[in-house]
Design a protein around this ligand. Structure first.
Ligand code: FAD
Ligand code: 2HG
Ligand code: ZN
Length: 512
């Protein structure tokens, strides 16, 4: 595909034939098979004919047995497969990019912006297996909070279901309205609640996975403790569809907190952010549930490009912003703690300004600023997105060093290659989202930021991807974060579980 000029179709994969279609028609309802050119567009990143994937077939199974039959057949016939959830993954790559694309991108809808960069899009003619029809909740235990559901359930739908029962999903992300829990598990998504509830490696209790040869691995345990043998489910969390298709998820949901507070703070330096974070752990301790930050560039873009509700409620503009959320069981207790915390920060001149949301609408509006940053950045032009983790003290140095590099090379500013460098993210998790906005994507621009950014992460004991994963855009940079021994072991796992390499090829592991 034009989009991936460095890749060549693997000719060991068979091309789709009428015989194959007949087989799929024998196991799936006709409404679960998409072949129509126009309908296929959306699964192939439609808006750009020139660069779109070339899948000719989308299958939408509605049961684990159907997924098993599909994969068994594909494996026996060497047909390559791309599992697809909500298409919100952020690990694709647009190699070529022109003004026309950019214009379309600026006018694209929220989801379309991300769709074109989705790692769940086929590279060549892989069959798309969309999980959107597997969206039932299978079981919920109101005592333990264990939720068992199909992989195609939308995250926000699950959260609403749990809200009615006094529980909450242990993860939350800006893409909640579209992403599937199976996609979240397959990308090991982090998001806005990781600080409080930990990663999916801890909250997922069990998985049902269809292996590439059609075997159903039934590990849908609801146990919190189970030390019998290797913990196989962990291999599939963050495997990005390269080892099989996740069809069912068992996840531990915590009780929903009765009292939620959100405060927005304005600060002068990243050192002040660190001091605030340290204090929040001391003084808010068990009720602290989120600690997010963004910089002045981010708020500028949010104000310029976004969205009703995302106004800056502070009087002046500050170099940095922090959103602190508390979730507890007693409103008076939480209010008291938060007010003391904020007063202390102000009187010690650590925080310059602050506002506390007074009702749920204001809570929503403050979160809308944070959750709207990725969209606002994308509307600023061609955005190179990096998602790196490192020790918190050097987190913002990545933004400063990148800016300094582009300034010293005289490639940023009016009429130059780049327009801005933006920093935001999950500071509580040591996870920076470094977005570099350019006028257009080009090889020249790419070469100015890569591999610099990956080398930077490696030099500072960081990871080249904290939460978005590898897809087609980071697979060849894996060595910055993992040793040759580890990469070799990963390749062996892949060969063991998917010997024909049919699952999501060309992605995740380094090109051979
Ligand atoms: P897709 O994009 O469809 O797929 C992602 C990958 O998983 C692909 O490799 C695909 O092949 C595979 N896959 C999907 N479903 C399955 C399955 N059932 N079995 C096997 N493989 C499967 N990520 C974060 O970590 N934290 C954030 O805060 C965050 N915020 C975001 C905000 C916005 C606005 C957007 C657009 C994205 C954000 N993301 C974030 C990216 C995140 O990775 C995805 O949104 C989400 O986890 C992917 O789910 P999905 O269902 O859309 O998967
Ligand atoms: C977030 O935290 C997401 O908002 C998206 O992970 C980050 O778009 C990005 O760079
Ligand atoms: Zn994030």
């Amino acid at each position: 595909a034009d989009k991936f000029p460095h890749l060549k179709r693997d000719h060991s994969f068979k091309k789709l034939s009428e015989k194959d279609i007949s087989y799929f028609k024998s196991i799936l309802a006709s409404s679960s098979i998409t072949q129509d050119e126009e309908d296929l567009e959306i699964f192939n990143s439609d808006w750009l004919r020139k660069y779109r994937g070339q899948s000719k077939l989308v299958l939408k199974p509605s049961s684990t047995e159907q997924v098993s039959k599909i994969l068994k057949y594909c494996n026996e016939n060497r047909l390559a497969v791309v599992p697809q959830g909500g298409n919100t993954g952020l690990v694709g790559k647009v190699e070529k990019y022109d003004k026309e694309m950019q214009k379309q991108m600026l006018h694209a809808t929220h989801n379309a912006i991300y769709f074109i960069t989705g790692g769940s899009v086929p590279v060549f003619d892989e069959i798309v297996v969309s999980m959107s029809s597997m969206n039932s909740i299978r079981n919920f235990d109101p005592v333990s909070g264990a939720l068992v559901c199909d992989a195609g359930c939308i995250l926000e739908v699950l959260d609403k279901y749990l809200e009615e029962r006094g529980y909450i999903m242990p993860l939350d992300l800006g893409a909640k309205g579209s992403c599937h829990i199976g996609g979240n598990v397959s990308t090991n998504a982090g998001g806005l609640r990781l600080l409080r509830y930990g990663s999916l490696h801890g909250t997922v209790l069990g998985l049902e996975v269809v292996l590439p040869d059609g075997t159903i691995l039934d590990n849908l345990s609801t146990l919190r403790k189970d030390n019998t043998g290797y913990d196989l489910k962990q291999l599939f969390i963050g495997a990005e569809g390269t080892l099989g298709i996740v069809t069912g998820v068992s996840i531990l949901s915590p009780k929903r907190s009765k009292a939620i507070n959100v405060a927005l703070l304005g600060l002068n330096s990243f050192d002040q952010i660190q001091a605030t974070f340290k204090r929040s752990k001391d003084e808010l301790s068990e009720i602290l549930s989120a600690f997010e930050f963004w910089d002045q560039e981010a708020i500028k873009l949010v104000k310029e490009h976004l969205v009703a509700g995302a106004k800056d409620p502070l009087q002046s503009t500050y170099p940095f912003y922090v959103l602190v959320e508390t979730s507890g069981s007693n409103k008076d207790h939480d209010d008291y703690k938060l007010n003391n915390f904020l007063e202390g920060l102000m009187s010690d001149d650590i925080v310059q300004d602050g506002v506390v949301a007074q009702d749920t609408t204001q809570i929503h509006n403050l979160w809308a600023i944070r959750e709207g940053i990725p969209e606002a950045c994308s509307k600023a032009g061609a955005v190179y997105k990096y998602d790196i983790s490192m020790p918190v003290p050097v987190l913002y140095k990545a933004v400063e060093d990148m800016k300094e590099r582009l300034v010293s090379k005289e490639v940023i500013g009016d009429g130059k290659l780049f327009t801005s460098v933006i920093g935001y993210g999950h500071v509580g998790d040591g996870n920076l989202h470094l977005n570099v906005a350019a006028n257009e994507f080009s090889q020249e621009a790419t070469n100015l930021i890569e591999p610099f950014v990956f080398e930077w992460a490696a030099k500072h004991a960081g990871s080249i991807s904290a939460e978005h994963g590898l897809g087609v855009s980071r697979n060849n940079h894996l060595h910055y974060s993992k040793s040759p021994t580890m990469i070799q072991l990963m390749i062996k796992f892949k060969q063991l579980i998917d010997p024909n390499g049919i699952m999501n090829p060309y992605k995740y592991l380094p090109d051979v």
